[in-house]
Design a protein around this ligand. Structure first.
Ligand code: SF4
Length: 448
């Protein structure tokens, strides 16, 4: 059975900007293209076509996307644009009139068609094979698992419901089969993402879907429980503090999924939360956190906040700082409010001036750093499981504990790490702590 080895495979360069959700879109597109024999190129020179997956969420992300398109045009000249900014074809054509095609988010078929037009597939069934895990942009040992698209809320600073539409959940059986394939292919950690993970399945009336010969409800609890059976770390992102979240914390306490909860509070002042039109803004958040810690004492809670939202007073801001001090969250991110093109918050009165925003952000960061440092110091002396992400000559082995999500949280640096490789899970004793990171020494044999 011979096939033409002289014909080089068509090569695609990819630039993936924006959030983890956009990364999942890129992976899907590449998986399809990989199955058709395309190869991924790391350089502009080597790529036959460059695909830019853009983000259009905030103004700085728009600028970054436009800059990436401009650069890809200058360096390569054959560019296909997709992703959130694709909704604004005019802005793209203004900076790069010669782009080959522009599509919006999740238009996988159209993107693949555009690639076919620009660069026909090789049609070689022997290079068309893609491993069962698909083609992934994240390292092989962890993978994002997108469970739904869109959102039913209407937070005033956000345009996601406008650009991505209302909540559309994937049936749970489909999600679980994807997760199973990933784990079979060697993935050690599954990161569940969506716009609102607690709302998963609401649009489907939590319909049952078949999984391993039994019906499973398309709902956060059932999803988390079934994912917990797959033998990988399972980490939940973008959860809101609705009452039904408590049952999921029980799964964490039982060791089924990681005791890690990413829950974007955004603020703590009731007035600001109301002005933001945040979901669950009436929940008594501190009481909820206390309850979760009772159910699962080792839970690591991550959250993000916005300072300088229009109308935020000094008193609102102090309420936020008090909340931080009381809540003692493990991981905290903070953004200064920025107008998003098309968002309702732009029209609100009393915008906070840039200088005050910056001062508040600095005060916030100082306190959150202090909290992080204190919490990490408590880890010194503990033995923890570390999932290895990277091994290099210069920095040795770098990994994460259950309390760290990749890209956004801290690292653990291993001082003695012989022969480790990414994806290894090892036990290590924490020897030192910093503001956001930890240092550790291997406690015993590595467990594969
Ligand atoms: S919950 Fe709010 S911030 Fe999150 S996607 Fe929906 S509208 Fe946007």
């Amino acid at each position: 059975m011979d096939h033409d080895m002289t014909k080089p495979a068509p090569k695609i360069g990819i630039i993936s900007l924006g959030c983890p959700k956009a990364l999942v879109d890129s992976e899907r597109i590449l998986t399809k293209l990989g199955a058709e024999g395309y190869e991924i190129s790391d350089t502009y020179d080597d790529a036959d076509v460059v695909l830019v997956n853009t983000c259009g969420f905030i103004d700085s992300a728009r600028l970054e996307s436009l800059e990436a398109i401009r650069e890809a045009m200058a360096q390569n000249g054959r560019v296909i644009v997709t992703g959130c900014l694709g909704r604004d074809e005019g802005a793209i054509r203004e900076v790069a009139p010669g782009v080959l095609s522009v599509t919006g988010p999740h238009q996988y078929e159209q993107v693949v068609e555009a690639v076919h037009d620009a660069l026909p597939p090789a049609h070689d069934p022997f290079v068309d094979l893609v491993g069962p895990e698909g083609l992934k942009l994240t390292p092989r040992h962890y993978s994002y698992l997108k469970i739904s698209e869109g959102c039913n809320h209407a937070c005033k600073f956000c345009i996601i419901p406008d650009i991505r539409g209302p909540l559309t959940s994937r049936p749970v059986g489909e999600v679980l089969r994807e997760a199973e394939r990933l784990v079979e292919a060697g993935v050690k950690e599954l990161l569940v993402i969506s716009q609102d993970t607690s709302a998963y399945g609401l649009d489907l009336d939590y319909a049952e879907s078949p999984w391993r010969g039994r019906p499973v409800k398309t709902r956060m609890f059932e999803l988390a429980e079934a994912l917990g059976d797959l033998g990988a770390w399972v980490r939940l992102h973008y959860v809101y503090p609705y009452p039904h979240v408590d049952a999921v914390i029980e799964l964490m306490a039982a060791g089924k999924i990681l005791p890690y909860l990413d829950i974007p509070f955004q603020h703590a002042s009731p007035g600001v939360l109301k002005a933001m039109r945040r979901p669950a803004h009436q929940e008594k958040t501190l009481e909820r956190i206390e309850k979760w810690r009772k159910i699962c004492p080792e839970i690591a809670i991550r959250s993000t906040f916005i300072v300088g939202f229009p109308g935020e007073t000094e008193q609102d801001f102090e309420t936020l700082l008090d909340f931080l001090e009381d809540a003692q969250l493990d991981r905290i991110g903070c953004f200064q409010y920025e107008n998003v093109r098309g968002a309702q918050a732009n029209a609100l009165p009393d915008h906070v001036n840039e200088e005050d925003k910056l001062i508040r952000w600095e005060r916030f960061m100082e306190l959150s750093q202090d909290i992080s440092q204190r919490k990490l110091l408590e880890r010194v002396g503990q033995t923890m499981d570390i999932l290895i992400d990277e091994v290099s000559e210069e920095s040795g082995a770098v990994g994460r504990t259950y309390a760290d999500s990749p890209e956004i949280d801290g690292h653990v640096y291993l001082d003695n790490a012989p022969e480790l490789k990414p994806g290894d899970l090892v036990k290590a004793v924490i020897t030192r702590s910093g503001e956001y990171d930890l240092w550790a020494e291997i406690a015993g044999d590595k467990t594969p």
